[in-house]
Write a protein that binds this ligand. Structure first.
Ligand code: NAD
Ligand code: DAU
Length: 355
């Protein structure tokens, strides 16, 4: 079996659902269920013995050790993190606690477990750390995309905490020989994406007749990857990645934020037209994100060359699937928009921006 941390979040849940469509290998899902963790994401696995849920924080070493001893996973896939850049600006402490201290605590527990394994299992074991392209910092318009050897230059508390976790993972391979794999991926989008992030926020606000907030002039560039492509890349890295190596994962889809928001509006105009006007009328430029990174771009040639992975979806096909998923899943959105999310909207966006 495999142990996944953070499997109730956006990418972790998509990963588990994908995994179990392709394999009967049991997944233990250890998740703290923060505001971003949602067991409804995995409701199709209720009563499915191939999914075992453990409600715990990765900082709880005693629980981690019990889980490892009891289930003896052949691999640990580490998705759990605080993941939203804007939240890291308002409150960085949680990012240090989970992304740095939590990764350290997980690595220590895994190291003790791994060192005691019989030789054959020890050699076959993998610790796969799911990280981000944001650790490389920001590119100018004409800079080449990030490669696996680009120097780290994180700019937000979020990316700094992820960079720290990447360094710890690297050190555990170098010092202890732990068979680690690190993936640095660009912006994901797709089903089950919490509507604090740009794409699901814009889809949700547009349909609710609310403002579509663009930070600054909207010229910042991100590379977008449909989430099931990320899941396929992680499966492939787990299967054939070189221990100690890092792999950049990206979609070859660089878009400005304005361009992304326009594409969503145009799709909604087609799929769910308004009675009067169009969705672009709801766009407003709002205060910029402090320290806003200008551009991310990923050179994903290494994973293609060495492991034969490349994305299956274009931005156009992936975005159409995503908008359609939100149109078909109002109950999911209504459930995640309740509770703590309202406090976040009040903190991050001025009332006049949102209504
Ligand atoms: P998410 O915020 O949607 O989900 C995070 C999950 O981790 C939630 O289920 C949450 O409950 C859980 N969690 C948080 N703190 C925990 C703790 N202390 N102990 C146990 N569980 C905890 O995040 P996501 O977007 O699914 O991202 C998953 C991973 O992928 C993260 O490591 C993130 O840095 C990385 N990543 C995300 C993207 C992206 O575009 N979303 C891109 C590249 C890399
Ligand atoms: O690059 C990978 C990263 O992508 C992941 O590591 C992070 O976990 C993930 O959250 C994402 O980070 P971003 O900051 O790029 O994603 P976000 O959706 O928050 O913002 C995308 C862009 O849109 C960014 O330039 C900020 C802008 N934006 C975002 C929001 C929420 C807006 O203009 N308005 C908004 O309301």
């Amino acid at each position: 079996m495999i142990l996944v941390t953070g499997g109730a979040g956006f990418i972790g849940a998509n990963f588990i659902l994908d995994w179990l469509t392709q394999s009967d290998e049991v997944v233990i899902n250890l998740d703290k269920l923060t505001y971003a963790g949602n067991l409804n994401n995995l409701s199709s696995l209720n009563n499915d013995d191939r999914h075992l849920f453990v409600h715990a924080d990765i900082n709880e070493r005693d629980i981690l050790e019990q889980v490892l001893q009891k289930h003896k996973p052949r691999a640990v896939l580490h998705f759990a993190a605080e993941s939203h850049v804007d939240r890291s600006i308002h409150g960085p402490a949680a990012f240090i606690e989970t992304n740095v201290n939590g990764t350290f605590s997980l690595l220590e527990s895994v190291r003790a477990y791994w060192q005691a394994l019989p030789e054959q299992e020890k050699n076959a074991f993998r610790f796969l750390h799911v990280s981000t392209d944001e650790v490389y910092g920001s590119l100018e318009a004409n800079d080449p995309p990030f490669t696996e050897t680009t120097a780290y230059a994180p700019n937000s508390p979020y990316s700094a905490s992820k960079a720290a976790s990447d360094h710890l993972v690297r050190a555990y391979h170098h010092t202890y020989g732990l068979p680690t794999l690190t993936t640095n991926c660009s912006n994901n989008y797709g089903p089950l994406h919490f509507p604090e992030k740009l794409i699901p926020l814009v889809i949700t606000n547009a349909r609710a007749g609310k403002v579509l907030p663009i930070y600054g002039d909207g010229s910042q560039v991100r590379d977008w990857l449909y989430v099931s492509d990320h899941c396929a890349a992680i499966r492939r890295v787990l299967e054939a990645g070189q221990p100690g190596a890092t792999y950049n994962i990206g979609g070859w889809n660089e878009k400005t934020n304005l361009n992304v928001v326009h594409s969503i509006c145009d799709l909604l105009d087609e799929l769910q037209p308004k009675v009067a006007g169009n969705y672009r009328d709801q766009i407003r430029h709002v205060k910029d994100r402090p320290g806003h990174d200008k551009r991310y771009a990923i050179d994903a040639r290494k994973i293609e060359r060495e492991l034969g992975w490349k994305p299956a979806e274009s931005f156009e096909t992936g975005l159409r699937k995503t908008v359609s998923w939100y149109l078909d899943n109002d109950a999911w959105t209504a459930q995640v928009l309740s509770g703590e999310y309202q406090n976040w909207v009040a903190l991050q966006y001025h009332v006049q921006d949102i209504h």
